[in-house]
Ligand binder design. Structure first.
Ligand SMILES: C[C@H](O)CC(=O)SCCNC(=O)CCNC(=O)[C@H](O)C(C)(C)COP(=O)(O)OP(=O)(O)OC[C@H]1O[C@@H](n2cnc3c(N)ncnc32)[C@H](O)[C@@H]1OP(=O)(O)O
Length: 750
């Protein structure tokens, strides 16, 4: 039974929520709770009741997978079978108990779990427990009475921060804010039982909202909270609904009337595409950890070697050290090593100065870092991550040196973002030890890790790579070894079209603004300046033929070449003569930036050379051309088998490229916001325009990124087909597609 009861000798009935892994309030648990709880109420031997959770978790909230089922039923059917209404009834049942009910918080009480605790008359918490309402992160609000109960116990600013931002409170803070009555010092259940026996029933629903909270609402306190929330996430609709619920709670309305508002707002949110997107991300993030076929026990990772003490190598070293894992950091020259260590130290010292890092931790971090020039220091490491410059021969030589100096089972990983990892690995006796670990810059900050599977990587290697990401708290996605992997491969057409619409007449400001208005953390032009404009330029130089670019034509390169030839790579290249801390497309001064007038003049010159007359380009066209080509590339990656499922692409884009979470990632956006048919149709239109440009103007090369993916075409044919709640149509179509087509990627037959 997911809810179990037992009666203690002192007459306290204990009901335990037991639904692993997090005691989420699925239909089964709620039904079982509603059957068992009345037994305690009616049992004459029971004097008081304690509600608790099994294991380390009180309760992780409503069962998130059931929301998709609710939505699939539609609002009408939902009236008959509504799991959240059932949850609310469970709250009423607890609240109305004639016997005192105490929540014994044995661990986190989140969302619906927090609401169960507030339905109880009192809360006794273990020191390691917490209370939180993270629903807003799923585009929702506490829909099982939480919005009406919390402002009846906590000060409004606390309640707002908890529900609008989803910030949990630890037991001590919850006690300070009136949410928890006692933090247990010895035995949680004993102390909760004692509290229950010595206090009368006191349902929160009967309490008046504190007059300070009422006064704050009357004085406009809610608007401030709303503004902060809306500024932080302008595309989200949940904050407005949450504010309506607070208004209802704090305006003197009876509890039941407030619940009606909460119910209405919750229903609106649960049916919204924003909430669907955020729920998709929650589940996708966890699904990405389950890589098909990668199921061996990982190797232990007790010590790590990093080769290359540059910006990436240093950032990667920090990730391990901050988790207590010793790192041997090697470079080829003392000055490079010193520079790397200095940079790392400056980051830790900065945190020390701001009080964000203790002196002890700072010292501990340094004790875990061993800088060296000697490969022999890699003799006992379990994994080496190579982060040297992107030069194939250099990487191959490094791999041979690593092989000579490490244990035979030590993993050898490369942080390359552009080179073929199979080619690098081919120099080794045992290429099965190799995989790609593509970190994003700055590596100690960015959450994404693209783990790259080569054609020879062993399952043990891949399992260890996924485990490594968990240890250092990265969101890892396993991808295949294709050009640019997932993220940069999809970025190429996006960046290419950004340059193309610029040549056609859109201004640099307009291009970036259209993308930030779409929700991107920054526009493509600003992104280029941030990551460094020279990357692609150097790749093309290395490939030997500047005109041909690397393998395919990703839009015009004249402007970037001109900037790179002048040494203006973006944020990393200051220009003291104009007081710029970075110069690329933009002149960066402090935190401000403006488009370099010389860039505008150069763009006009390029247009003149190519015989182009600038035209007005609409924001809509910019968005379609940049994002639809990016999405098309995502479909091609799926059809070629370089990624397991569409949601993995979404995770890459959310955590690595600043794609707006409320749009769920590019593939979710394609399926749920735009529709495959429209994308296909627009790709054809823009593709025809690109073809005409190429045929008429000798300055252009043919573009193949408008060529529609076969998988996209197959999805467009099936558009509108119903799939099981929680599934995506892309993945359903993909399954058939993979059955009937062969493809080069490692996931093509999985
Ligand atoms: C009506 C109500 O007001 C509405 C709600 O309650 S909405 C739900 C609100 N609750 C939440 O948002 C909490 C979501 N969960 C979490 O934040 C974290 O999972 C946690 C802090 C509870 C545990 O974190 P952690 O120990 O790192 O484990 P984590 O990997 O995240 O989760 C373990 C498993 O439980 C699942 N899970 C966690 N919370 C869940 C939930 N509320 N519903 C369904 N599944 C859940 C995860 O998907 C994962 O499944 P998997 O093993 O198949 O991958």
């Amino acid at each position: 039974m997911p809810a179990t009861i037992n009666v203690r000798p002192d007459g306290v009935g204990v009901i335990t929520m037991d639904s692993p892994p997090v005691n989420s309030l699925g239909t089964e648990l709620v039904t079982s709770f509603k059957q068992e709880f009345p037994k305690l109420v009616s049992d004459p031997k029971v004097k008081a009741i304690v509600v608790t959770g099994k294991g380390n978790m009180f309760c992780g909230g409503a069962e998130i997978t059931e929301f998709a089922i609710m939505v699939a039923m539609g609002p009408e059917k939902m009236k008959e079978n509504n799991p959240v209404a059932a949850l609310s009834e469970m709250m009423d049942m607890i609240d109305a108990s004639p016997k005192t009910v105490v929540a014994a918080l044995n661990g986190p009480a989140l969302g619906g779990g927090g609401e169960v605790s507030l339905a109880c008359h009192y809360r006794v918490a273990s020191a390691k427990s917490s209370v939180g309402f993270p629903e807003v992160k799923l585009g929702l609000l506490p829909g099982a009475q939480g919005t009406q109960r919390l402002p009846r116990v906590a000060p409004l600013p606390t309640a707002m921060s908890m529900i609008l931002q989803g910030n949990p409170l630890n037991a001590q803070a919850a006690k300070k804010n009136g949410i928890v009555d006692l933090v247990a010092s010895k035995d949680l259940i004993e102390e909760a039982a004692e509290w229950a026996l010595s206090h009368p029933p006191a349902p929160i629903s009967k309490r008046e909202v504190h007059k300070t909270n009422r006064f704050m609402v009357a004085a406009g306190g809610l608007e401030q909270g709303l503004n902060t929330a809306v500024n932080a996430a302008p595309l989200m609709i949940a904050p407005r609904s949450i504010i309506k619920c607070f208004e209802a709670a704090c305006s003197g309305k009876p509890f039941r009337d407030g619940l009606k508002v909460e119910q209405e707002e919750f229903t609106k949110l649960v049916f919204s595409v924003e909430s669907a997107a955020l729920r998709h991300l929650f589940l996708s993030e966890r699904l990405a950890q389950k890589v098909p076929g990668v199921d061996e026990k990982p190797l232990p990772l007790n010590k790590i070697g990093i080769l290359g003490a540059g910006l990436m190598g240093g950032g990667i070293a920090m990730c391990f050290i901050q988790k207590g894992i010793p790192v041997v950091l090697k470079d080829a020259k003392q000055e490079w090593l010193d520079g790397g260590v200095k940079k790392i130290d400056s980051l830790w010292a900065g945190r020390l100065k701001k009080g964000k890092l203790s002196k002890d931790k700072y010292n501990q971090y340094h004790s875990l870092l061993k800088p060296t020039l000697d490969f022999a220091d890699f003799k006992d490491v379990d994994m080496v991550i190579e982060a040297v410059p992107e030069i194939m021969d250099l990487k191959k030589q490094c791999f041979l040196d690593i092989e000579k100096n490490t244990k035979p089972d030590c993993l050898i990983c490369t942080n390359t973002s552009g080179l073929n990892i199979d080619d690098i690995a081919a120099v080794l006796k045992d290429p099965s030890r190799v995989m790609g670990t593509h970190f994003f810059s700055p590596a100690n900050v960015m959450q994404l890790l693209e783990n790259v599977r080569t054609s020879k990587s062993s399952i043990k290697t891949l399992s260890t790579g996924m485990q490594m990401a968990k240890i250092i708290s990265k969101k890892a996605v396993m991808v295949g070894n294709c050009d640019g992997f997932v993220g940069n491969r999809m970025l190429a057409p996006y960046a290419g079209e950004a340059k193309m619409v610029g040549e056609e007449g859109a201004t640099i400001e307009q291009i970036d603004k259209a993308c930030t208005k779409f929700g991107m953390a920054m526009g493509p032009m600003a992104l280029g300046d941030l990551v460094g404009l020279e990357l692609f330029w150097k790749q093309r130089q290395a490939a030997g033929d500047m005109k041909k670019q690397t393998k395919t034509y990703y839009g015009p390169y004249e402007l970037t070449d001109w900037l790179c030839e002048k040494g203006r790579f973006g944020l990393k290249t200051p220009d003291p003569s104009i007081k710029a801390n970075g110069r690329g497309v933009f002149i960066h001064q402090g935190r401000d930036k403006y488009v370099d007038p010389e860039v505008v003049a150069k763009m006009e010159e390029i247009r003149k050379t190519k015989g182009i007359t600038a035209r007005a380009v609409s924001d809509e066209e910019i968005v379609e051309r940049l994002f639809f080509t990016m999405i098309n590339e995502g479909f091609k990656i799926l059809e070629e088998g370089y990624v397991a499922r569409s949601s993995d692409i979404d995770i890459v884009y959310i955590y690595g490229y600043g794609f707006p979470p409320s749009k769920g990632g590019p593939m979710f956006f394609a399926e749920n916001y735009v529709g495959f048919q429209k994308i296909l149709e627009r790709l054809k239109v823009y593709g025809a325009q690109a073809k005409e440009r190429f045929t008429k103007n000798p300055h252009y090369l043919p573009i193949d990124y408008f060529e529609p993916s076969k998988l996209l075409e197959a999805c467009a044919q099936k558009q509108g087909t119903k799939v099981f709640p929680g599934q995506t149509l892309i993945d359903v179509v993909l399954k058939d597609f993979r059955k009937n087509n062969s493809a080069p990627g490692p996931f093509s037959k999985l």
